[in-house]
Design a protein around this ligand. Structure first.
Ligand SMILES: Nc1nc2c([nH]c(=O)n2[C@H]2C[C@H](O)[C@@H](COP(=O)(O)OP(=O)(O)OP(=O)(O)O)O2)c(=O)[nH]1
Length: 310
């Protein structure tokens, strides 16, 4: 079953969510308006029809932008949920089909209220197009300077990965940048350090190594803290999605200086794996900040990397 869902974005960056009416599958849960494709329809055609039927608005398909595609299974009901950003329409959205509709900043929406397949879509609306990672061999002072300049440049999602430094030194750095991070609404992910992330709380999350994916049996942090994972194949992506990770990195897309022996995926294989994954995926490995467009064209949320990013 192919389902299309529209994420309407208003001028203030708020998005529209709708509560499923009583009597329907997932009644009472919040979702993005849309529905099943009818025979002969493309996803944009179906979305135009559904948003007219459910909200009474006329959308401009030229404003559509692919957000993310989430394959999902509820019991014996398998579906592909395709989310599309909608930025232009005429008319005022009304709850013609939903129990209720609501406009909200994506950061203020509680993912627990959403239909499970919509949680990765909400994550995609919150995640930026860049995910810089600190170089592994820098000093504390250099790492702090890199973080400060990245935040000043507008980066809002960063990974602190300093395998050469003792945990206490890394925690000292986090404590130092935390007030600024929180003031900016930015997120800092600690490499592998679940306990550290839990202790710092808001604004800090964890980036899991692939080896940790198989040791965990549940999401290691509450929904209010970001959990990401390093993946290299379909099995790891499926594991990351099953644990409820907010996103994954998939690498290496190209030959990279940090992992010279690893076989690169190339863009076509990256795109196939990212499309089949049930969570947003960043392209990583041999890429720079300018590869964002190429990444979006290959089903990525954005690009991640070390060199060129910080
Ligand atoms: N429309 C929509 N459906 C979603 C979302 N998330 C999610 O899991 N679903 C599921 C619920 C349903 O099992 C299926 C779509 O069903 P639907 O009931 O909205 O489709 P429809 O408008 O064509 O429905 P129908 O009343 O004709 O059956 O996808 C979402 O964000 N939007």
């Amino acid at each position: 079953m192919h389902v299309v869902a529209g994420v309407l974005v208003d001028g203030a960056g708020r998005i529209l969510i709708a509560q499923r009416p009583p009597g329907k599958h997932l009644a009472g849960m919040w979702e993005f308006p849309g529905g099943k494709l009818e025979p002969g329809e493309t996803p944009p055609m179906a979305l135009e029809r559904e948003l007219d039927e459910e909200l009474g608005i006329a959308v401009d398909p030229l404003s559509f932008e692919a957000l993310v595609r989430i394959p999902w299974t509820y019991g014996d009901r398998a579906m592909l949920l395709e989310a599309i950003l909608v930025r232009a329409w005429t008319g005022e959205a009304k709850a013609l089909d939903a129990a209720e509709i609501r406009w909200a900043d994506p950061r203020d929406i509680d993912p627990a209220l959403l239909a499970p397949a919509d949680r990765p879509i909400l994550a995609a609306t919150r995640l930026p197009s860049h995910y810089p990672i600190t170089p592994p061999d820098v000093s504390v002072d250099d790492a702090l300077a890199l973080l400060a300049s990245a935040l000043a440049r507008g980066e809002r999602l960063l990974q602190l990965r300093l395998p050469g430094l003792p945990t206490e030194a890394v925690h000292g750095m986090v404590a130092q940048v935390l007030p600024e991070l929180r003031a900016l609404g930015a997120t800092l992910l600690l490499n592998r350090d679940i306990e550290g992330a839990r202790a710092f709380g808001e604004g800090v999350g964890v980036h899991l190594a692939a080896s940790q994916l198989h040791q965990l049996d549940a999401r290691p942090l509450p929904l209010s803290q970001v959990v990401a994972a390093s993946c290299h194949n379909a099995d790891e992506l499926a594991r990351a999605a099953a644990l409820g990770c907010d996103f994954a990195t998939l690498s290496p897309v190209q030959v990279t200086a940090s992992h010279p022996g690893a076989e690169p995926l190339g863009w076509p294989r990256f795109a196939r794996l990212a499309e089949a994954a049930s969570l947003p995926v960043y392209a990583l490995g041999g890429l720079g900040p300018d590869d964002g467009m190429e990444a979006r064209l290959h089903a990525a949320q954005g690009v991640a990397g070390i060199r060129g990013f910080l």
